[in-house]
Design a protein around this ligand. Structure first.
Ligand code: SF4
Length: 364
């Protein structure tokens, strides 16, 4: 069985069974434009082709395990099960401006082990296929359509490090942006990486219009090493030489994610170092108030106070670097940044998933 999103395989299947290529256009329209939910609803196709598709393709690679919306109706978290029983999460964020964003997962679990991140505690379970990534997007598109809303932005900031699953993530971006399919603007897609330097350059060449976010979280090697093991492989000078090459190729501003953890990342001297690091670069810093999450509490991390975030931001301001303090959405349903760790109704599924499915040892 292959996915309905696998254009090449569907076209080969049609041709092998003596059907004309235009049948694929009908399938494509039905899935991505008319948003039909199963093969039988594709009424532009004869029954014989619908049966052929049913025998050979899966319409959706994910089944919904649970869904939860916060009381304000701003955030909806989906917990999905893959065909082989892995669990992944995706989050819709409805901004007050009317913009709707989906945060997608690119891996089940994550090998990068950032100390402040609940997902990092799971380790890598496996890479997702492009179809599993697209099916998260399709789920959100259908869900929003029922509310008479459209998906506008996609951020690859859910479970996993997208640049470690580059091939599948790339295919999913192509499908999301293809005019005949989901037709989202390249510019409204953001891929976030903790700093896989060589892939940043590939990404610049392959997707010069797609936005890049760097999870920086500390302005020097010593501080970064304490919270992000990736620093041991790609220290700050290696990371920034890739970043500078990225900007040379794309001429695009980079978003730097900076988590505010009391006494760990929020020292004012770090604000100055960050200012020095970014002052000549095309940069925008997003401050993320730390969200205590399942599995990270043992670190004793606490969120930085609002007053301290303001002081840190003011210091950075003096270097002329624009910044935003991210409004935390979904923290009451464990859908905020760094909280995607298979939690349902306050109960962690991570241990169960890890035990049942077996975690792999993870290396960058
Ligand atoms: S912050 Fe991102 S890269 Fe780091 S462990 Fe979490 S999901 Fe992985």
């Amino acid at each position: 069985m292959f996915s309905i999103h696998d254009e090449e395989k569907i076209i080969s299947l049609l041709e092998a069974n003596g059907h004309k290529k235009f049948r694929y256009v009908q399938i494509e329209n039905a899935i991505y434009k008319n948003l039909v939910t199963n093969f039988d609803m594709i009424d532009t196709l004869p029954q014989s082709i619908r049966d052929l598709l049913k025998e050979n393709c899966s319409y959706n690679s994910l089944s919904l395990h649970s869904e939860k919306t916060d009381p304000e109706g701003q955030t909806t978290k989906f917990l999905f099960t893959t065909h082989d029983g892995k669990m992944i999460e995706a989050v819709i964020m409805r901004h007050l401006s009317g913009r709707n964003t989906l945060c997608v997962s690119s891996q089940a679990g994550c090998p990068m082990a950032c100390t402040f991140c609940a997902t990092g505690k799971l380790g890598l379970i496996r890479n997702l296929t492009f179809a599993e990534i697209i099916d998260q997007i399709m789920w959100a598109v259908h869900h929003l359509a029922k509310e008479d809303k459209k998906l506008r932005n996609i951020v690859y900031m859910g479970m996993g490090e997208p640049l470690l699953n580059y091939g599948e993530v790339s295919k999913s971006i192509h499908i999301a942006c293809c005019q005949k399919k989901l037709d989202l603007s390249n510019r409204r897609i953001t891929v976030s990486t903790c700093g896989i330097a060589p892939r940043i350059i590939d990404f610049a060449r392959d997707f010069p219009q797609v936005s890049l976010a760097i999870s920086l979280h500390a302005p020097n090697d010593e501080a970064r090493k304490k919270i992000m093991p990736v620093e041991n492989t790609y220290p700050i000078d290696v990371l920034f030489s890739a970043i500078d090459e990225y900007v040379e190729i794309t001429n695009k501003r980079i978003f730097y994610e900076y988590i505010m953890i009391n006494g760990v990342t929020d020292r004012l001297e770090y604000a100055k170092e960050l200012g020095e690091l970014l002052k000549w670069r095309l940069a925008h810093v997003n401050f993320i108030p730390y969200n205590p999450g399942e599995g990270t509490d043992s670190n004793g991390y606490l969120p930085t106070s609002k007053m301290m975030i303001k002081k840190f931001q003011d210091t950075l301001d003096r270097y002329g670097i624009p910044s935003t303090v991210r409004h935390t959405m979904g923290d009451d349903i464990d859908a905020a940044c760094g909280q995607l760790a298979l939690k349902e109704e306050g109960k962690s599924l991570a241990t169960e998933v890890g035990r049942t499915l077996g975690k792999t040892t993870n290396k960058i």
